[in-house]
Ligand binder design. Structure first.
Ligand SMILES: NC(=O)c1ccc[n+]([C@@H]2O[C@H](COP(=O)([O-])OP(=O)(O)OC[C@H]3O[C@@H](n4cnc5c(N)ncnc54)[C@H](O)[C@@H]3O)[C@@H](O)[C@H]2O)c1
Length: 319
């Protein structure tokens, strides 16, 4: 169990490290930041001051005058008392492999070793470790102090116990922790994002739409839609009374043609694939009727639209 105030060592006090530090501190953990940059203390404190009003708005008190925050340029002493290490260093395989191999002997036996990597799997990172069972990926979305998702991605040698502890640690921080069943470079959210960015760049490069209008198009459609339900729930609500079955009936052929046009390796929407996805949607969302889900979605989308309008009005009033 990892209850109460923990010693968390953040390795790398850049964009992600400072944001994680704010969240850890706001939840009462003691944070030690290790970084090789001499100005890390100034940078992290400045970022904490910037984040402070947001955390207070969320009801998480963060008093900059009495933060349980230390800095240690010595890697060995920085990790010695850590219950959790959250690595936020450069996204380079060589750096991460060398780091884990060099600190595992200095950490407590029960310390949980977590990497914020955006796409390098734990199996690759832990290749030179003697204790890979306690190392795994805890991938946040920027900024970790705000965006709920953390992808918990165990490596081939990560123990189920470490994966469970990592999930519990993030859930206690108020995160939505999704544990992946299988490792894959880029994990889930970044692979989906990569597909969207690929097509965005392609559309702008082809001159189909301006860069600004592409952003408007995404923000005003998929952004809002996906804030209230992912692709599968959205498909269920996009198929009329027939739900996801109706969606495939109406759109499967068109989707296959579009994927070909976009030169993407096609994922065949065979009747077997469709049947298995329809079953999956039934299991995930069958507890409510389509009408009920549509009302939930509408209520949430209205709340988001109103919140955005209020925030915009506030920005205008503040000049
Ligand atoms: N930027 C994002 O949107 C994002 C989102 C999720 C995850 N991540 C992941 O988080 C990690 C950090 O990304 P970032 O955007 O914060 O990068 P960043 O460049 O802002 O920060 C990296 C920090 O690591 C420090 N550093 C460099 N060498 C070091 C060493 N040998 N030992 C200790 N510290 C060292 C740097 O001084 C810097 O402060 C990466 O693995 C990245 O893939 C990034």
């Amino acid at each position: 169990m990892m209850d109460g105030s923990l010693n968390v060592t953040v390795i790398g006090g850049g964009l992600i490290g400072a944001s994680w530090a704010a969240l850890f501190l706001a939840h009462g953990h003691k944070v030690c930041v290790h970084d090789v940059a001499p100005d890390v203390g100034v940078r992290v404190r400045k970022e904490l001051h910037r984040i402070l009003p947001t955390m207070q708005e969320l009801g998480l008190w963060l008093d900059p005058e009495s933060l349980a925050l230390t800095f240690d340029a010595n890697l060995v002493s920085a990790v010695r008392n850590a219950d959790v290490v959250q690595e936020c260093g450069p996204e380079r395989l060589g750096f991460k492999q060398a780091l884990w191999a060099s600190i595992e002997g200095s950490c407590r036996a029960g310390a949980l070793l977590l990497s914020s990597s955006s796409g390098i799997t734990a199996s690759m990172q832990a290749r030179k470790m003697k204790t890979p069972h306690r190392m795994l990926v805890g991938h946040p979305f920027n900024p970790p102090h705000l965006i709920p998702l953390v992808e918990v991605v165990p490596g081939r040698k990560t123990s189920p116990e470490s994966a469970r502890r990592a999930r519990d640690f993030y859930v206690a921080l108020g995160k939505r922790a999704v544990v992946l069943n299988k490792e894959i470079p880029g994990f889930v959210a970044n692979r989906i994002q990569a597909a969207v960015i690929r097509e965005s760049v392609s559309l702008v490069r082809q001159g189909v739409v301006s860069l600004e209008d592409l952003d408007v198009a995404v923000q005003s459609s998929l952004g809002l839609r996906w804030a209230t339900g992912g692709p599968f729930l959205s498909a269920h609500l996009g198929g009329g009374a027939g739900g996801v079955k109706g969606f495939f009936k109406q759109f499967a052929g068109g989707l296959q043609l579009l994927w070909l046009h976009m030169r993407l390796r096609p994922v065949l929407l065979t009747s077997r694939t469709q049947a298995s996805l329809i079953d999956g949607v039934g299991l995930a969302y069958g507890g409510r009727s389509i009408d009920e889900w549509a009302s939930v979605r509408d209520g949430q989308q209205v709340a988001i639209l109103q919140a955005l309008a209020a925030a915009e009005a506030g920005e205008e009033a503040n000049g």
